[in-house]
Design a binder for this molecule. Sequence first.
Ligand SMILES: [Zn+2]
Length: 325
Amino acid sequence: MATVASNVIARELRERRVQLEIARETAAAEADIDRLLAEVDAALARVGAGTYGLCEVCHDPVEPERLQADPLLRFCIDHLSAPEQRALEQDLQTAARVQRGLLPEQDIAAPGWEISYHWEPAGLVSGDWCDVVRHDGDLFFMFGDVSGKGVAAAILMSHLHATFRTLVPGTPKVGHLVESANRVFRESTPSPYFATLVCGRAAASGEVELCNAGHCPPVVLSSRGVETVAPTGLPVGTFFSAAYGSRGVRLDAGDALVLYTDGLTEARDRSDAEYGTDRLARTLAGARGLAAGAVVAACLEDQAAFLAGAPKRDDLTVMAIRRTA
Ligand SMILES: [Zn+2]
């Protein structure tokens, strides 16, 4: 008996078939349309036989997000042909270049502030993201981690990037900014995905307003030592109507705010020990007073010392926002 899901797939495939028949009447590239028609018919036959969506080599399910993008796929990512693998590699390299282009400039200086960051994908593309926007004399910074890894996470990361860039000019309160971004994200993103993020606004006076949507707590380095700022809301994308508050912190000259993704603290060495927040706090305690770039470098150096050559498995991003005057 056909399931509801296979009925939906079959209907979608038949709709594509109709489009191809129409195109064949008019288009010049007839040979290609005949090839696609044959592929659609073969996919419909697989739906009928109950083998649709299974890799023809290993019989495991083909990755759902790939199948969503191309319902004619017959092989899982591990069993692509050599030309398919090369094409995918090229696409990923292009995506990686596009993604790097979305990042803010390195070493940002603004009145009273300097910002430095390190962004390092585990693969070619990343689900981590950071951005800095100057608006009305304030610095808005956005920093987060989309659930999952690879291309799907990278696409959602660029979606969030565009959403925040669009919202900043009309939304001075960071809590409202995250609330609006959450609604846009929830409305336009398939269900299992969410993002943890910190959105902040640094004023020339040294006041920083922070909204933390379920992300690793930002660390404040000041003469009081190392303090963390607790989350003020749920990850973005969890519930459509979630409300987001904010906390204020004041930074004096020499103080810094450090943001990081779990690729820093959840990294594991060869004995499976976790780097952890305590070790990060000790490292940061020794970095107070350093320039923003040096604070970021201190985190990376200490993590590298801890890992001692063990591979990093997650995307990693660290950002330091330091008050200079
Ligand atoms: Zn396979």
